[in-house]
Design a binder for this molecule. Structure first.
Ligand code: SF4
Length: 189
């Protein structure tokens, strides 16, 4: 795994961080926000350069740390996962949906056709059978965890992972250490 090592200059540069949610509920990002006052300390060390949590919406060419929440369920998720892998030195799979597929992957027990029938024929009272195709990314046949489509460096399980666990892992990374997520979080935690 690539490690995150801050510059040894007298004025070290901040590490750049990008985050995104794929097919998730945003709960993992909310857990990140639960760092509360520790976010102020983190802000001294990192720059969030792309995220649903900030205004910057253009993924920079090079990012130190990428954090992805959610499973890979549609074409847009797949594109986003590949972009993050291409541009981020270290990639974190955050939360059970990203790590295992979790809730979104429950649809894998049904053929895609049955999923569409349930959503757009059986469960609608207006305009049944109208399947949106404009500005709605196409569903993939199966929902996959992040590491099934791109290499992942660090897995942080939990639904969502607790803020304390996220903080410990980020602090280790910022200190140039290899974090041990198993020591601080687990599936379903
Ligand atoms: S792991 Fe849990 S909290 Fe995170 S996106 Fe999935 S369902 Fe939401």
């Amino acid at each position: 795994m690539s490690t995150l090592q801050q510059s040894t200059d007298a004025t070290p540069r901040k590490l750049t961080v990008a985050t995104a949610w794929l097919d998730g509920c945003s709960g993992c990002h909310m857990s990140f926000l639960d760092l509360d006052e520790r976010l102020l300390a983190l802000a001294e060390l990192i720059d969030v350069v792309y995220s649903p949590l900030v205004d910057a919406k253009q993924l920079p060419e090079q990012v130190d740390l990428g954090i992805l929440e959610g499973a890979v369920s549609n074409e847009n998720d797949l594109q986003q996962a590949r972009l993050f892998r291409q541009h981020c030195k270290v990639l974190i799979s955050l939360g059970d949906c990203a790590v295992t597929g979790n809730v979104p992957a429950m649809r894998n027990t049904f053929p895609l056709k049955a999923v569409f029938e349930r959503a757009y024929y059986e469960n609608v009272t207006q305009r049944p059978g109208v399947i949106p195709t404009i500005e709605v990314p196409a569903l993939l046949t199966y929902v996959q965890p992040l590491h099934a489509v791109v290499p992942v460096d660090i897995f942080i399980p939990g639904c969502p992972p607790r803020a304390d666990a996220i903080y410990t892992i980020l602090a280790d990374l910022l200190a140039g250490k290899t974090p041990d997520p198993n020591a601080v979080t687990r599936f379903g935690a």
